[in-house]
Write a protein that binds this ligand. Structure first.
Ligand SMILES: [Zn+2]
Length: 280
């Protein structure tokens, strides 16, 4: 009792706690319409749906139960899978989306909270040839298989990166639903160099540098038009991002920040998330 009275640890609200959301094993719909509620790193998902395997698309790490998204994201992922097949890019491997009701996660991500973020592996399965069916993976393979880094010694890995990796990024970035895509700064820099000569680099603007993201890229969709409770991220600065702002990512300051491991403050979720969490 004394310990509790003297404790200096502030009470973290039920809505801010990752375990509250991890224990919701199925999605919930409050009201008539699905809705991302709050911000990408402080919110929840009303009316989530699970992405399923489909043409050009396999879900990885399914035991985590993070295959849920707003219906707009689910449809987007399925459409991209088909487009990847049409372009001969093989089968895309999908990592985490959101938990069934979104919210903060116990591990792995700060964002992915409102059903509009999805991680896509750089690793793909080659297309089925000569009329053979598209490849699939057993459940244990989805848990065990990894995605190697596409970076080696500060450059693109000659084995794990190919021109088709860039084509895949372009496929995603060219879609109007996509707000931005996070990749490792080395990938951004190399794409800037490669595409400097060609006029077709508008899509590079959406490719944003961030730490990590060398074995997968993170695709973030815009708030859907009717989603009044969805909080958009600040706008991407003008230009393709192949300028001095990119140099910062290779500075000492950026390296120091990358090594800091201060625990993040618990996110403050909108009150509307309470009924999503409490729905039976
Ligand atoms: Zn991500």
């Amino acid at each position: 009792m004394l310990a509790a009275a003297c404790s200096s640890t502030p009470q973290v609200s039920r809505l801010s706690r990752a375990d509250s959301w991890a224990s919701a094993k199925a999605p919930a719909l409050v009201g008539a319409h699905p809705m991302p509620i709050g911000g990408y790193s402080a919110g929840c998902l009303n009316g989530g749906r699970s992405v399923q395997d489909g043409p050009g698309l396999l879900l990885m790490r399914t035991s985590r139960n993070r295959t849920y998204g707003h219906p707009v994201l689910v449809e987007f992922v399925q459409t991209i899978g088909k487009a990847a097949v049409d372009k001969g890019l093989g089968t895309i491997l999908i990592g985490d989306l959101s938990q069934p009701r979104g919210g903060p996660m116990k591990s792995g991500h700060r964002s992915h909270q409102i059903g509009l973020d999805v991680d896509v592996w750089f690793r793909r399965l080659p297309p089925g040839k000569n009329g053979k069916p598209e490849p699939t993976l057993a459940t244990f393979e989805r848990e065990k298989l990894g995605s190697p880094s596409v970076i080696q010694d500060d450059h693109l890995h000659t084995e794990h990166w190919s021109a088709s990796s860039g084509t895949l990024l372009e496929l995603f970035a060219s879609r109007s639903e996509v707000d931005r895509i996070f990749v490792n700064p080395v990938i951004k820099r190399e794409l800037c160099i490669q595409l400097q000569q060609s006029g077709k680099k508008d899509w590079l603007r959406k490719i944003r540098p961030w730490w990590g993201h060398d074995s997968h890229f993170h695709v973030r969709l815009k708030c859907p038009a009717e989603a009044v409770l969805c909080r958009a991220t600040e706008k991407i600065p003008a230009g393709d991002g192949c300028d001095e702002s990119l140099n910062w990512w290779f500075s000492e300051e950026a390296a120091e920040l990358a090594n800091q491991s201060e625990p993040a403050e618990p996110p403050i979720l909108p009150n509307e998330c309470e009924s999503v969490l409490d729905q039976l």
